[in-house]
Design a protein around this ligand. Structure first.
Ligand code: NI
Length: 223
């Protein structure tokens, strides 16, 4: 998911994240980590983000097996997704968006003020084989954007209190309860795993706009 104006993150978070990951027993490639953070080798891997019209965005993705989660290919995919998300200045990315049809999505929301008001920070989080449960069906709407639907915004209403059960990047089962904007973001990302885009969720097709027109005519000042 994209929301337009966030600046890119620095790499300090990234290094901290990986140190934390290793302490927690994350099956992370030590040599790759050293080459990324301890030498001049630039192992950043930014992958192309596919756009609406590409068939992978419309196919349900397949679940990842537990052994697969710890293997080099999946860990590399996760690293590439994070690099790609940060490079694009987005807040969420699903594997199908880089043409990898597996049930894996990442979210990272920098805290602070934005067009959506004051956002609560969500640290880099990996959702593998996620399963979502709506805890309260009351909906609220946001003007969503998507890195695979560049240049467009659409108003989508979604439940604002959900629980997500998923496997984390260390292969452990986790649950997260999310509300408000974070609930919207996780539903947007998980939709990608089922071949759905935010434009499928518009209640009113008149509330789909190009970015420039959205900013000129439709954007409400943040509270
Ligand atoms: Ni998206």
């Amino acid at each position: 998911m994209s929301i337009g104006r966030f600046s890119k993150n620095n790499t300090t978070d990234c290094a901290e994240d990986e140190r934390k990951g290793k302490q927690a027993g994350m099956p992370f490639d030590k040599n790759r980590a050293i080459s990324r953070f301890g030498s001049t080798i630039d192992a950043m891997a930014i992958r192309p983000i596919i756009r609406m019209g590409h068939p992978t965005l419309r196919r349900p993705a397949r679940p990842l097996g537990l052994e697969e989660i710890g293997n080099d290919a999946t860990q590399q995919l996760l690293t590439d997704m994070r690099d790609t998300l940060r490079d694009a200045g987005g807040i969420g990315l699903a594997a199908p968006q880089i043409d990898a049809a597996v049930r894996l999505a990442i979210i990272e929301i920098p805290g602070g003020s934005s067009r959506y008001g004051n956002l609560e920070r969500m640290p880099f989080t990996v959702f593998i084989n996620p399963d979502i449960q709506v805890l309260n069906p009351a909906r609220a709407g946001f003007w969503e954007g998507c890195l695979s639907v560049p240049g467009l915004r659409g108003f989508v209403e979604r439940p604002q209190h959900v629980k997500v059960a998923f496997t984390n990047r260390c292969g452990k089962a986790e649950e997260l309860e999310l509300s408000g904007f974070q609930a919207t973001v996780v539903q947007h990302e998980l939709d990608h795993l089922d071949g759905k885009l935010f434009i499928d969720r518009l209640a009113d097709s008149a509330r789909l706009a190009f970015e420039d027109e959205y900013q000129r005519y439709l954007e409400q000042p943040s509270p």
